[in-house]
Ligand binder design. Structure first.
Ligand code: ZN
Length: 81
């Protein structure tokens, strides 16, 4: 199984505590809970916008937010199979 360093839905890095749970994680608790996506019909672009807003809310500049979210569409969740 592939190991991911960040959520394959929103791009948030996982906390690096080395626990078994963290090692096998694909999605973070904000995106995925109890076996289902919390926002099942969201698109990659909507996720980008959502995360951008969140990062700006945390007090980071818009430029940082844009850089951070620019590759969200390349994550596993958004890959067309
Ligand atoms: Zn996530």
């Amino acid at each position: 199984m592939m190991k991911y360093k960040k959520c394959q839905s929103c791009g948030m890095p996982f906390s690096n505590d080395g626990s078994e749970e963290t090692k096998n994680q694909v999605y973070c608790g904000h995106c995925y809970q109890n076996g289902v996506f919390t926002l099942p019909s969201i698109t990659a672009n909507e996720m980008k916008q959502l995360m951008k807003n969140k990062i700006v809310e945390f007090g980071f500049p818009r430029l940082i937010a844009a850089l951070y979210t620019r590759n969200i569409h390349k994550l596993e969740r958004w890959k067309k199979t």
